[in-house]
Ligand binder design. Structure first.
Ligand SMILES: Nc1nc2c(c(=O)[nH]1)N[C@H]1C(S)=C(S)[C@@H](COP(=O)(O)O)O[C@H]1N2
Ligand SMILES: [Mo]
Length: 200
């Protein structure tokens, strides 16, 4: 077994290339009108908006991580750079009862995360892959990367986050995929959920 194979979650194989997958069209980026919104249960009770100039001025970090698609291929050793989720939590703190976060993208695509997954050190709003700006089909100008969960949670073309006191399913979670999506537990489908894993 190679070193990379030893990093594979159960049922996954290493992809040769770097496939691009998403539902729908690739949106175009208009820096003048683009806004990143933090809304829902913010501590201030207000919606916070970042223009592209502001968002791209936030402190960044880098992360090397593997990427596991629920369709069973994994892309190993991606080098991401971007704004850590923790920086956003500091900039716009959530209200005390917030336990979940919805990630919102262009065209209304969404994915939900538990706050504990969102707040992980390795959760990043990536603006670069392998030292270059993201390509349009990989999420330009910004995608979230949540490397410890199946890759549909790594939403491309992110436009905002919603702080939530109650859990709610996102786009794929409503369509039969697991609410939590831990690849090490092979949490692929919603029928595998245990009580407490998702909203009733
Ligand atoms: N906005 C958006 N983000 C998305 C998707 C999508 O359909 N729309 N698909 C997800 C899925 S299923 C996967 S596997 C990864 C693929 O990322 P990649 O195209 O960079 O390989 O993006 C995720 N992010
Ligand atoms: Mo996927």
């Amino acid at each position: 077994m190679s070193e990379e194979e030893s990093r594979l979650p159960p049922g996954q194989h290493i992809s040769r290339g770097r496939p691009v997958i998403h539902y729908g069209r690739v949106p175009s980026f208009r820096p003048q009108t683009w806004r990143f919104q933090v809304f829902g249960a913010t501590a201030s009770g207000q919606v916070h908006e970042f223009a592209w100039e502001q968002f791209s001025g936030l402190p960044t970090t880098t992360l090397i991580a593997d990427f596991h698609c629920v369709t069973k291929f994994s892309i190993m050793g991606n080098e991401w750079a971007g704004v850590p989720a923790s920086a956003l939590l500091e900039q716009v703190p959530p209200a005390p009862g917030v336990r979940h976060v919805m990630i919102w993208a262009e065209y209304g695509f969404s994915a939900n995360l538990r706050m504990s997954d969102f707040a992980r050190e390795t959760t990043l709003f990536a603006t670069e892959l392998d030292e270059k700006p993201l390509s349009p089909e990989r999420g330009y100008p910004v995608r979230i990367v949540v490397p410890h969960l199946y890759a549909w949670k790594s939403v491309k073309w992110v436009r905002g986050i919603e702080y939530m006191t109650e859990d709610r399913r996102g786009f794929w979670e409503e369509r039969g995929y697991h609410n939590i999506a831990d690849p090490w537990e092979e949490q692929r489908y919603s029928y595998q959920e245990e009580p407490g894993d998702g909203p009733p």
